[in-house]
Design a protein around this ligand. Structure first.
Ligand SMILES: Nc1ncnc2c1ncn2[C@@H]1O[C@H](COP(=O)(O)OP(=O)(O)OP(=O)(O)O)[C@@H](O)[C@H]1O
Length: 275
């Protein structure tokens, strides 16, 4: 590993399930103070990688934070360091939104200990950051999909973890809330010095919000580095089998799929850029 001062370091991480290798020797860095985006086509292994880092899936290899190994998966100590928003998570019991967010403070509480003033402040701040305060007293089951997604993100934010792993956190959100959530995650990284890792399918949003990008395909990292370099990489079109158009609208980067590539074009793609 090179150059990582503080943050999350993933070394040679692999996941095998049922005899299949889903993640294969992934090495990457997610520094504190930055948003690292994980991109790649469906089935590339992005969610599996995040679940391995979160400690939900057993894995080979090493994951460290600020140079130290992480506490045991499932432990409260680990939950105090790593916040995880899984893909498509939902809430099926009718607690209020505020109560759902309060659950994010559990790793900080002793057995039978109730919320202290600092916990309540963390919950209210997380509700406010996700624009969820106005429905905080409604049952989660009576909220829209996008509102529920914001509450679940608020629960992760309320935990004040050093690392935030968010798997497609904006998938259910309207454009305004997509921007707001990504800006909020950037703010969590920069102002609070957290390492934020986010899986995104929207490449324009990734270009705008992420300092670093990791492009995955077939369980491996294809290329990683500064967002602009990864988006300019010849591998982008090839792994998605899509010709992307790239430009700027009022100084904001835009990456949009233009047309699908056939197998032969995909094979030629890296050479086309190299020439
Ligand atoms: N529990 C499992 N058992 C077996 N195979 C799995 C399991 N979970 C995921 N897979 C397979 O592993 C591969 C990677 O899945 P993963 O969910 O990590 O991809 P992804 O990059 O997050 O995709 P998407 O963009 O569609 O969410 C896929 O081929 C998927 O079918």
């Amino acid at each position: 590993m090179t150059g990582l001062v503080t943050g999350l370091a993933i070394e040679d991480v692999g996941v095998r399930i049922g005899g299949r290798t889903l993640v294969d020797g992934v090495t990457l860095e997610a520094p504190r103070g930055a948003v690292t985006g994980v991109i790649g086509p469906n089935g590339a292994g992005k969610s599996t990688l995040l679940r391995a880092i979160a400690g939900v899936l057993p894995h080979a290899g090493r994951v460290t934070l600020d140079g130290a190994p992480l506490p045991r998966p499932g432990s409260r100590a680990r939950a105090r360091l790593i916040g995880f928003l899984p893909q498509g998570q939902d809430v099926h019991w009718p607690v209020t939104a505020r109560r759902a967010v309060e659950l994010g403070r559990l790793p900080h509480l002793g057995p039978w200990q109730s919320l202290a003033r600092a916990d309540v402040a963390a919950v209210e701040a997380a509700l406010a950051k996700t624009d969820s305060t106005r429905f905080a007293d409604r049952p989660v089951t009576a909220l829209s999909g996008g509102e529920r997604a914001r509450v679940l993100l608020a629960r992760v934010l309320a935990a004040h973890t050093a690392v935030i792993l968010a798997d497609e956190p904006v998938a259910a959100l309207d454009p305004g809330h997509q921007l707001a959530v990504m800006e909020m995650l950037c703010d969590e990284a920069r102002a609070e010095h957290r390492a934020v890792v986010v899986v995104l399918h929207d490449l324009s949003l990734a270009a705008r919000a992420c300092e670093r990008l990791v492009l995955m395909d077939q369980g491996r990292v294809v290329t990683a580095g500064p967002a602009e370099a990864v988006l300019a990489s010849p591998w982008l079109d090839r792994v998605y089998a899509v010709r992307f158009g790239q430009g700027r609208v009022q100084a904001v980067p835009v990456v949009t799929p233009v047309r699908r590539l056939d197998v032969e074009e995909c094979r030629r793609e890296p050479q086309r850029h190299a020439s």
